[in-house]
Design a protein. Sequence first.
Length: 539
Amino acid sequence: MNKDMKILCLILARGGSKRIPGKNIKILAGKPLIAYTIECAKRSKYINRIIVSTDDEKIAEIARAYGAEAPFLRPAEISKDHSTELEAFKHALSWLKNNDDYEPDLIVKLFSTSPFRKTESVDKAIELLLSNPEADSVRSVTLCSEHPYKMWTIEKNLLKSLIPLEQKPKDAHTLSYQILPTVYIQNAAIDVIKPKNIWEKDSITGDVILPFEMDEYESVDINNPIDFFLAESMIELNFARDPNEPIIPEDLEFYAKYLDLNVNQCIVCESNQTSVWATYGSFTAVKCNKCNMIWINPMVNKEGTAKYYQDYIGMRFEDVERTEQRKKQYIIDRDYIMEYITSGKVLDVGCSGGFFLQELGEAFDRYGIEIDKNAVEYARKNYSFGQNVINIDLMEAPFSNETFDLIIMRGTIEHLHAPNVAVKKVAQLLKKGGFFYIAATPNVASFSAEFYRERWNQFHPIRHLYYFSVATLQKLCKKHDLKLLSYRLPYMETPYASVENNIIRVYSDIKLKKMGMAEKIPRSPPFWENMLNIVFIKE
Ligand SMILES: [Zn+2]
């Protein structure tokens, strides 16, 4: 396609709407209805101008706020109930030509009443017209839910078939839908139009109209209060979600070429009998048939993992709100271990920028190891114990055996390529009676893990390699004389809990699954039992 092509998106939005007052700017799940369509057009690869034609200053203002142009108000005489789209088209195109010397090569007509129309569909419809020069337009359609063979008028108190009886198979109105001819209805979601239709044919669509078929979800067209309620429910229950949207918004497939680290033996019970637990693209999580330990197999090797972290590093420091939330979580996690120990020599394995060590306070003699150089630098620059934070792997850490009163792995153990080896090392470094504190590790024995699997918000086949439970951690630690003291599954008290919203989300996801639409389930929300904090003591 010619890059200089002028592709105009024209959104017709009248102020007067009888069935839903203020329809175009009525708030649908937090956004004015028209915003959905403007945002859809903005994401298009081809559309390079978006104009809203309205007679209502308020609509114009909101359209501008969402990034569309509203350079004129449509005259009242062509904005009435019986006014035609053609009049609005002629007005808009004339205005643009006279005031802006702008004549589009193609017009994409969108109504704001189709909030679930995907940009991908708009672009495909544009491509369809561009690749068929003989056509005048493309019009979107969807399968008819009511068949015209079953439609009637009433005349003289008798039913009269809308389609004359002689034009349809005998008794067609008694036949099931499956054997009737397939019928489409225009869904008012997308029209792609050549401007010459308007000036030369006095028509919007022209005569040669190509169909563009859309599914029933995208085709939801809001015309009355029930449609509006339906759309709102669809958003709340995730029905309107684009199933092509990735569950994890990173390009994990790029790292699939590093998937050659095989771990065929369970690190907890040594069994090599596993079954597939979850799959995500090229990635697979397996479950030990004997002890229920779950891990990614094969794993992205060390080279690939290093590359991945290099690509995604720095994200943690950016978001102020999330940093605040993390800080609240640190305090919850700190207060738990301080029920057991309030001073002594502590090592934080995978300490990141030293944030958790900082929360532990000066009563502790604080040490940290971290493989991310930038994080180590941050700790060194910002904290009094910074010189004790070193950039090294646990296995090479320069500490003598029985050095520490407390060793912490907070959000760490699930990332390790060999947690069994790491736990053995921890046991060696701990003094007798010292504590091993594993915090903020995903709990695979949770409802969410079992229900959501690859859609579980803790599932990440590059970051999280091992998925533990109380039972598997207990078995793993027991081998090295680390005895379970207690565990907690924080949720309600955490800054991530939004109980009512989370319950509604889980409820709607269960519903989607029951209706056979599991592919529409997005990544899971925070929920009870998701995360595990657990304390061991070295005997
Ligand atoms: Zn096992």
